[in-house]
Design a protein around this ligand. Sequence first.
Ligand code: BTN
Length: 325
Amino acid sequence: MDGTRFKILDILIRNRDRFISGAQLSTELGVTRAAIWKHIRALQQEGISIEGVSNRGYRLMALPDRLKAEYIQPYLNTHRVGRSMVCLDETGSTNSDARALALSGCADGLTVLAESQQAGRGRRGRSWHSEQGAGIYMSVVLRPEISPALAPRFTLSAALAVCRVLKGMEIPAEIKWPNDVLCRGKKMCGILLEMGGNMEKLDYIVVGMGINANHSEYPEEIREIATSVKLELGQSTERCRLTARILDELETLADQCITDEGYRALMEEYKANSATLGKLVNVIGVNETLTGTVEDFDELGCIVLRMEDGSVRRIGSGDVSVRNA
Ligand code: BTN
């Protein structure tokens, strides 16, 4: 997009629902009012709904429902996350794309978004339902300077970021350890964290997030276990704005993961939003299934289970289901 046109759009998005006069735009951008008018026409032709009222100026009414950098970035309040973006129509998996970009040295915070995925990946080798234009399929590259052992902290913080945003939209979101975000027991967001580096040094983390935004229905096999923002609120949500809010929270919480103090504070909020804390659960791990009461989540992101015999077990990864006592 032309530079001036991009700046006009940026100003209109940041001042959403307010009129900005042609005179103000022309002074701020150093071009004539006629040029402003031409750019506004071009933006309207792109499908952006802008109202123009004489003596008041221009006002953004609606953006096309497309995940594009120029529609998302004006909403962002971050320093790094989402400042560079790759927005794709279709891809295999945004996590694979992000990993390839991380390996070729991309910036901290680079975000890959896609309208659909042909091979969306979930945890434990599962696939991720990636309906065209309905969800938010995104992967963020982070390069924190921390020990690789602390990387799981980012899994938990990503879930909290999404939970915060959904709760801000009046959706009763909860977190199922490690990082499923649920609403009324159904999944609204799944997170897949992948990392690269060696035992001593972390090179990158890819935080892959699949957010069920505007799905109206699901294939039969997941209908009972999945929900979406649209299904919960009864109306579509603006995916670009939702994406920006999540990226804002992700950066804030990822920064908190760097220090023990920041992480402790984050975990208090995580626990307050946990769907499993204090409950009797089954944890299906790699080699065994354990049953116990969830007592805590520790500084390495493990779930802490109190077993029936009174002993304590810490588990780093697994699938949790709450048992009906
Ligand atoms: C899970 O709950 O199993 C995790 C699902 C993660 C899905 C997202 S969608 C964007 C990113 N790209 C992928 O291939 N997977 C993650």
